[in-house]
Design a protein around this ligand. Structure first.
Ligand code: ZN
Length: 268
């Protein structure tokens, strides 16, 4: 019994073979997939996904990079209100707020990329805090995205909330901060990359009951599929690494990580 706690199956890249993707997921042992919204439109699209073979749940949220479109406090406020309305209509299927957070990444080459402006950072902060407040109001966990913003992400507003730092790529020290906050660590297919010993170290050190499995598909394929589209079936590779590192059987690792997701997201 496996769960992909972070997928974006509404992407066009799944349009042509959606049923085949779901069949492979089911054959790989998946029982549940959580589709993650990244803005108002994709939050709606995620809710429309249905399949008789696998349980689909959804999150609603606005990715920090969407501040390109939301450039005023008014527009942020407006969008948060619409997310809340979505929740009122689809309570039960919506099990989290996110993905939201901070993303200061501006390119792989520091020589040519200019750092994010203070105004852009301020807007991301406002968007993130407004979603933290929404999560508190609706009593839902948060799905947090953080890239190159570790110094700023641990906001005092997070106190009293719960959730996951998805597709975690921070250092072991940051992982400890996440755990101290009571949050979960979302593990995606980069745990299979040979160079990522630091991620396997985190799997070794963290309490097993704080680990979640995800793909973030169509992004971040496992080592065996580098350069290709990722899909939920590959969450099995994440479970395999957890099993290896923690000296468990595949079934034990699957069962334990599934239970973790059940506890955090109230999925069945
Ligand atoms: Zn994502």
């Amino acid at each position: 019994m496996l769960i992909d706690t972070h997928a974006h199956l509404y992407y066009d890249s799944f349009k042509d073979d959606f049923d085949a993707v779901i069949k492979r997921a089911k054959d790989a042992g998946l029982k549940t997939i959580i589709n993650i919204g990244t803005d108002l439109e994709t939050s709606k699209k995620a809710l429309e996904l249905e399949n008789p073979e696998i349980s689909f749940y959804s999150s609603i949220g606005i990715h920090p990079e969407d501040t390109i479109n939301l450039t005023t406090s008014e527009s942020i406020h407006e969008h948060i209100k619409k997310l809340e309305q979505l929740y009122q209509i689809h309570t039960g299927k919506i099990i989290a707020i996110g993905e939201c957070g901070l993303d200061y990444f501006t390119g792989r080459d520091p020589e040519v990329s200019t750092p994010l402006s203070p105004e852009a950072k301020k807007l991301q902060h406002e968007l993130f805090v407004s979603q933290i407040e929404l999560a508190k109001k609706l009593n839902l966990p948060l799905i947090i995205h953080c890239r190159d913003a570790w110094d700023d992400i641990f906001l005092p507003e997070l106190e009293g909330t719960t959730g996951v730092f998805h597709s975690f790529t921070g250092s072991p020290e940051i992982a400890q901060k996440v755990l101290d906050l009571g949050y979960y660590i979302g593990l995606s297919c980069p745990v299979t990359y040979p160079k990522n010993d630091y991620l396997r170290q985190i799997i070794t050190d963290a309490p097993l009951e704080k680990l979640l499995t995800e793909t973030d598909c169509p992004f971040l394929p496992p080592q065996t599929m580098r350069g290709h589209r990722n899909e939920p079936a590959n969450v099995a590779e994440v479970v395999r690494v957890i099993a290896e590192v923690r000296n468990l059987s595949f079934e034990e690792a699957a069962e334990k990580t599934y239970k973790n997701a059940q506890k955090l997201f109230s999925v069945v």
